[in-house]
Design a binder for this molecule. Structure first.
Ligand SMILES: NC(=O)C1=CN([C@@H]2O[C@H](COP(=O)(O)OP(=O)(O)OC[C@H]3O[C@@H](n4cnc5c(N)ncnc54)[C@H](O)[C@@H]3O)[C@@H](O)[C@H]2O)C=CC1
Ligand SMILES: O=C(CO)COP(=O)(O)O
Length: 319
């Protein structure tokens, strides 16, 4: 919607034939944004070749665990001069790579690393697609590519800053989903506003610890992709991750929740990858550890909270 509004011809690939058909015939995404009419310059196809060939910019916008397989399919269709942007938020299982790192690895030999970037920050699609004011961050190892992304996406409703700390930007965007699950659990279990503020604040400390261990810059965590995205995802009615947590807090089982959803809550997989990664790196992430135990080891939210609250007394250390 954003890019089409700026006059670009947007070719949307989707794996669901019903979405492709509904966009082709009725200019509606019948599954995900059914109440919006899409402009004429958004077209859709189920054939990747029709969508990719001749593009100046390729945006990867599928869930993070699918970025590697999507990039493998896209690779032979690229000419080599395209710019690549990821909007996916996650850390790959087993490799612990960020999404731009996955793209750099898979597209190596076809696309230069400095043509790859990310767009991230507090940006629920339900609001962006309706032109509601949103601010995000463009990042890349190349300043030129970050500026290209900024100029391509920026509108009076969608303000794009540049941050060259791509590691900090991507780690923040991925890990905040784990904390949104925690915040949702707290809401579902009626733990109150104090608990939520504590989860957001101490959660940011966990993001910062992991990010700085990986070489990120301290400042990024005070920015839009750090505290900004953490706030929106922990508090928004639109957040899938918060919603998964909320239902767990109300007593539902994870498998039942996932089966009932037609969208992906990235934080579930990211909890696994980041929990394992933090243990390998020896980074202390107690909230992440408890979310892992609640999701995958049948620990009750009440026991998890008790264990968090009765950790040994400490000084408030921000890093
Ligand atoms: N929805 C939002 O407000 C925002 C989402 N993001 C990120 O963007 C990425 C995509 O998010 P959403 O669009 O909300 O996800 P979604 O769950 O709505 O799925 C997007 C599309 O990906 C397709 N998909 C799922 N599995 C696939 C596979 N194996 N191969 C190919 N396509 C597949 C789905 O069918 C759907 O058409 C995620 O990483 C998310 O964290 C970032 C900012 C905001
Ligand atoms: O990243 C998002 C908002 O910035 C979307 O969060 P959810 O995936 O929890 O809906």
């Amino acid at each position: 919607m954003l890019l089409a509004g700026k006059g670009h011809h947007v070719r949307l690939w989707a794996r669901e034939p019903e979405i492709v058909n509904s966009i082709q015939k009725h200019k509606k995404n019948s599954v995900y944004l059914s109440d919006l009419t899409l402009p004429e310059n958004i077209t859709s196809s189920g054939e990747l070749g029709e969508v990719i060939r001749g593009s100046g910019l390729v945006v990867f916008a599928t869930p993070s665990h699918t970025i590697r397989s999507m990039a493998e399919k896209v690779r032979p269709l690229l000419e080599g001069n395209e710019r690549i942007v990821s909007v996916a938020k996650g850390i790959e299982m087993d490799t612990f790579l960020t999404m731009s790192q996955v793209l750099t690895e898979v597209l190596d030999g076809v696309i230069e690393e400095d043509h790859i970037g990310v767009l991230s920050g507090p940006s629920h699609a339900e609001e962006v697609s309706r032109g509601m004011p949103t601010t995000v961050v463009a990042s890349s190892t190349s300043r030129n590519t970050a500026v290209f992304i900024q100029q391509t996406f920026m509108t009076p409703q969608f303000r794009v800053y540049i941050n060259r700390d791509i590691v900090g930007v991507e780690v923040s965007g991925a890990v905040k989903n784990i904390l949104a699950i925690a915040a949702g659990i707290a809401d579902g279990a009626d733990l109150g506003d104090n608990a939520k503020a504590a989860l957001i604040t101490r959660g940011l400390t966990e993001i910062r610890r992991l990010g700085i261990t990986l070489g990120a810059s301290q400042d990024t965590f005070s920015g839009l992709t750090g505290i900004g995205d953490l706030i929106v995802t922990c508090t928004s009615q639109h957040s899938r991750n918060r919603n998964v947590g909320y239902r767990i807090g109300k007593g539902e089982k994870l498998d039942d929740i996932i089966t009932s959803m037609d969208m992906v809550a990235e934080g579930v997989k990211t909890t696994k990858s980041v929990y394992e990664w933090s243990r390998i790196l020896n980074v202390t992430m107690p909230i992440t550890e408890k979310v892992y135990q609640v999701l995958f080891e049948d620990v009750s939210p009440q026991d998890a909270v008790y264990e968090l609250m009765t950790r040994e007394p400490k000084e408030e250390v921000i890093f």
